[in-house]
Write a protein that binds this ligand. Structure first.
Ligand SMILES: Cc1cc2nc3c(=O)[nH]c(=O)nc-3n(C[C@H](O)[C@H](O)[C@H](O)COP(=O)(O)O)c2cc1C
Length: 184
């Protein structure tokens, strides 16, 4: 989903960085879970996000899997170490949106997105959700909070959300442009 968001944002004219947050789970836990291990391997060359990246970005699209109806602790930790950035006003007016995945169609997708958006309200960020701003959303599960997908036990996505992700990315970039121009 992050790769599709990258494509959508680039098509909208943005300069894009695809980054991950630091993995915090113990090696022993990751080693016991094939899918987790595969994700760690597949993303080993993706740089870890820093406060400087947040400062650099006009828009941020978060992509977080559901963990018991919440954002994962790895992402929460990343947000929680941005207190310095927040205190200096540098999180204000970032245009943000979020996407998620879960194993079940009602596995907590909206709750996960809301958990992230709660922190964004404290940042003074501007949350740009997809709402129902494009027909493509109706064929992709119709989640107005942010694109969400169901991931089967085999690790494959069930709904086709590529178009919805790209639309969400383009919309986020467009709103960020409006904010930036209006703020000059
Ligand atoms: C600790 C943990 C908690 C999870 N909680 C939920 C959940 O509440 N609802 C759900 O549908 N799926 C849940 N899942 C499944 C993940 O959301 C699913 O694996 C994910 O969307 C795919 O991304 P991943 O490869 O990063 O896990 C959970 C997975 C883990 C490891």
């Amino acid at each position: 989903m992050a790769k599709w968001a990258e494509q959508g944002a680039k098509e909208a004219g943005a300069e894009v960085k695809v980054l991950k947050v630091q993995e915090l789970a113990p090696e022993s836990v990751i080693e016991r879970n094939e899918a987790w291990k595969a994700t760690v391997d597949a993303t080993k060359d993706v740089p870890v996000a820093t406060s400087d990246d947040i400062e650099w970005a006009d828009a941020i699209i978060f992509s977080v899997p559901t963990r018991f109806g919440n954002m994962p602790s790895q992402m929460k930790q990343f947000l929680d170490i941005q207190g310095g950035l927040w205190a200096s006003g540098k999180t204000v007016n970032k245009v943000v949106s979020a996407m998620t995945s879960a194993q079940n169609p009602h596995g907590g997708q909206e709750a996960t997105l809301l958990s992230l958006y709660t922190s964004m309200m404290h940042w003074g960020a501007i949350i740009a959700t997809p709402g129902y701003t494009d027909q493509v959303l109706f064929g992709a599960g119709g989640n107005p909070y942010g694109t969400s997908v169901t991931v089967g036990q085999d690790g494959k996505m069930i709904e086709d959300v590529e178009g919805a992700v790209k639309h969400q990315a383009k919309r986020t970039v467009t709103v960020a442009e409006w904010v930036k121009k209006g703020n000059q």
